[in-house]
Structures are given as C-alpha cells and as structure tokens.
Design a protein around this ligand. Structure first.
Ligand code: ATP
Length: 461
C-alpha cells in the first residue's frame, strides 16, 4: 500500500499546541519540575521537528517580509504581489548559520510570544500540492531548462501562478545540493520589486524544489533576440537597466550580509508584461563575507563565460565589483542587441564589449547600436552615454569601477535627458519631415544606419 505523506506543518499554532499539550500533563507538587522537563522535551521535540522539516519533509513556506524601509525599489507596479499585505516574519539569519539553524531561529521567534497569531501569511504546501499545481510536472508546463534543472509553470489552489524549479535528480551530487541550499539561503533574505520573489522551498528524498514568483514575459535575452515581444525601444531598455541596477544595489547594500549575485546576464533577467525587469536565478549567489572590513572573498570561479570579471578570474577574489563588471557586459548587450560572445562573426567583432567600446572610442556609436533601435538624436546620445557607463563598469581594475548604486544614478540621469531630448526631437520632427519630403523617401538609410530624416534632425539639433 502506498504510504501517505504527512507534511510537517510549520506554523506558530503547531508549536504552541505542542507546548501546551506537554504542560497539561503536569500536576501536583512536582508541577514546576515536571513542567521544566516537559518544556525541555517540547523543546527537543521542536528542534527535532525543525531538523526533520529541512531534511525530510516537504514543507513550503510562503513568506512575506514586512516592507523594508531601506528598500530603494522603484515605483514599478508588480503583477504578482498577492501576499504583500499579509504580515509575517523573515528568516533574518546570518550567512554563517545554516538553513536548519535559520529554521530553528524562526521557531524560536514564536517561542512564548503571544503575538504569533499575526503570522498569518505562512502557508504550508506539500509535495503533492506542487505536483498537482504543475500537472504532475507535465512537459506542457515546462517553461525552461537551466543548469539546476527544469523550470515548470504551476498554478496553486488559490490561483497564484508560480515557477517551480525542480533540481536534476543526481544522487549524491554535492555541487547541486550546495547550489540549491545557496539559492534558498539567498532567496529567503531578499525582498525587492525588481528581484524575483521567493515563495518557498521543498526538500524531500531526492526531490529538491524551489518555488518562486512566475514572471510571464520571458527573459531579456529573448526580447533582445526578437523571439519575444515586438522589440524593446531605447526608453524601455533604460527602464530595464535601471530596474536591474536597483535590484543589484539592493543585494549589495541592503541585505545583511550583502549578496553578490555572480551570474548577472540577460537570460537571468525576467521581463514582466509591463516590460520591467526582475532579476532571477540566485543559484550562484554568494553571500558576502560577514566581516564588514573584509575587502573580498576567496572563492571558486562561478558564473557565465563572457560576463566574468577578469580580476576575479585572475585572483579568485570575489567582490561586489564582479557583479558591476557583468552589469557592464549586460549594458553593452542591451544597446547592441548582440550576445557577449558572437562566435560566428569576424575576429574583430567576436567579443562584443571590445568591438562596441572601440566603436565608442572612434565616435561610431550609431554603428554599434542595435539595428532594431530607432535612430534619433535622443536615442543615439542615450546609447553613447550607456556605453560610456559600461566602459567604467568594465574597467580591468575593480577599484575604478563604480558601485551599483552609482550606476543606477547615472542611468536615471541618462533616462531623464533621453526623455527630455525625445520630447524636443518630437517637436522638431515635423520640420525635418518636411525637409525630407523635398529630398525623397524618408525610409532611405545613410552610411551610419540613420534614416535620412533622422540624420537631418541630428544635424539640425
Ligand atoms: N520565475 C520565473 N518565471 C518565469 N520563467 C522562469 C522563471 N525562472 C526561470 N524561468 C524560465 O526558465 C529558464 C531556465 O531558468 P533557470 O534559472 O533554471 O536557468 P538559466 O538561468 O536560464 O540557466 P543557468 O541555470 O544555466 O544559468 C529561464 O531562461 C526562463 O525562461
């Protein structure tokens, strides 16, 4: 007969019930001692229960942290914030403590405090429920495949769409297990509108699942490749770059301890229906050293070819500036539309950052610009300024690279000027269009890839 699973319900109510049950058994003169004994038994029980929760049973936590006043998130509307209003507790543990310990500290938060009833947002899911939500991990619900495993779209009983990352079943694969725990630990600490929200995790026998917010509009890479959407305009790309810069600033500055993402790349940037970005995939996230005076962490090389900080590659020393370097690569990718490594191109164009920055130096930004981008004075100037910022981020020495916060500030400024210039261009375009009418079709392109009308605008501006 098939054994039914009995998921451990990790709820404050459960903990309280266990304690009062044991207390009820004590009577008479020995009540105090017995109560102490019972309490110690209850505590032992709790610790065992917590241990089991991590190691054996399927338990999904839906957690929602209180709004963080330090959050620097932009006022971008989110499409999946169903649990935002509910109150709950955060893990709030240090990197040095393991997941198990963080779970125990989560329990102890409730120990004896009467206000635990307010923790209403915590929902427990069993493996069975996740199985149902994904249609038994049906291939029809597969939305992607990554180094960690397969990603499924799922719909919970309450209607919420989630992305379920199911680890490859490779027994005794320490690397994957470490990656899984790493991701959980990192995810449990974060809350930002531009970071994919962590809903919970499950570890049961050889199954390891991570449940996160489902982001419905594909990856940034897909949009740049034109396999999704109808092409991102300059303004939309600037919004996305700012979202990403905010999210990474949050990881570097406002989490405790700071988190270095280590895998900033276009395919890890998920896009919402409103064409805003959410940073995903914390499998490689490395929690920065707790010692605030430490300047770097010595670590194994991880990340994706084409985005890797050369200083990190050379010295094995990881700092927040490694993310800044990858962000520089990403900025170049966003304005050129090209992949970091274009293996089919000629040698001079193969490494996109080198090619694009050479174009910037030679005053040929317009040639480096993604052919899908509309050419105008405003967009060319914006792309030029983004490439200049990328150049700083890509500085060989990490000391010369700006912080992510500074990158965000520079991008805000670029976007502000772009919006202003765009308005000015719009008001002068009528004049330019009239001029073009006298000289021929406005769809002809000149040597710089500019439409004639736009080059006239460019010259006149
Ligand atoms: N939260 C999500 N919402 C919607 N789709 C997602 C989500 N997370 C991942 N995906 C989809 O699944 C794909 C695989 O994601 P995953 O994070 O596992 O791997 P990856 O980042 O593409 O690759 P790697 O793990 O090798 O870095 C993504 O490219 C994306 O299309």
């Amino acid at each position: 007969m098939k054994k039914t699973q009995s998921p451990l319900i990790i709820r404050p109510g459960h903990i309280r019930k266990l304690k009062s049950d044991s207390g009820a058994r004590t009577t008479g003169n020995n009540a105090g001692t017995n109560r102490q004994k019972s309490n110690s038994h209850a505590l032992k029980y709790l610790l065992t229960a917590a241990k089991r929760a991590v190691d054996v049973f399927a338990a999904i936590f839906f957690q929602q942290k209180k709004a963080d006043s330090k959050s620097i998130r932009d006022s971008v509307p989110s499409n999946t914030m169903h649990y935002q209003a509910a109150e709950s507790y955060s893990f709030n543990t240090s990197a040095a403590r393991g997941i198990r310990k963080s779970l125990i500290s989560r329990f102890s938060t409730y120990d004896g405090s009467p206000e635990i009833d307010t923790a209403v947002s915590q929902i427990t899911l069993s493996f069975e429920e996740i199985r149902k939500a994904t249609g038994n991990f049906s291939p029809a619900n597969e939305i992607g495949e990554g180094g960690f495993g397969t990603v499924y779209k799922g719909r919970l009983k309450n209607g919420t769409f989630v992305a379920v990352k199911r680890a490859k079943k490779e027994p005794y694969d320490q690397r994957l297990s470490a990656e899984f725990k790493n991701e959980i630990l990192a995810l449990s600490k974060i809350e930002h509108l531009s970071l994919v929200r962590f809903y919970g995790y499950l570890e049961h026998r050889d199954e390891r699942l991570i449940v996160v917010e489902y982001v419905s509009n594909g990856t940034l890479r897909e949009h740049l490749d034109g396999t999704r959407g109808s092409g991102l305009e300059t303004g939309e790309r600037l919004d996305i770059a700012i979202d990403i810069a905010h999210a990474i600033t949050y990881l570097h500055t406002y989490t405790d301890p700071p988190i270095i993402h280590r895998d900033i790349k276009a395919s890890n940037m998920l896009i919402t229906e409103k064409l805003r970005a959410k940073v995903a995939d914390f499998g490689f996230a490395h929690l920065a050293a707790e010692d605030p005076s430490a300047t770097h962490i010595s670590t194994q090389i991880k990340g994706t070819a084409g985005y890797l900080d050369p200083e990190y590659l050379r010295m094995y020393q990881l700092t927040e500036k490694s993310d800044v370097y990858s962000f520089g690569v990403l900025l170049v990718e966003m304005v050129t539309g090209r992949h970091p490594i274009e293996s089919k191109r000629s040698a001079v164009e193969r490494v996109t950052i080198q090619w694009a920055l050479r174009k910037l130096k030679d005053g040929e930004v317009v040639v480096a610009m993604d052919p899908r981008l509309k050419r105008s004075l405003a967009s060319i100037q914006a792309v030029e300024r983004v490439l200049k910022l990328a150049c700083q981020c890509l500085s060989p020495s990490r000391l010369s690279r700006p912080s992510m916060r500074r990158c965000a500030e520079i991008l805000w400024e670029i976007r502000r000027v772009y919006r202003e210039n765009r308005t000015t261009s719009a008001s002068t375009s009528f004049h330019s269009a009239n001029v073009v009418e006298r000289y021929g079709s406005s769809s002809r392109q000149n040597a710089f890839g500019l439409e004639e009308s736009e080059s006239l605008m460019f010259v006149s501006a």
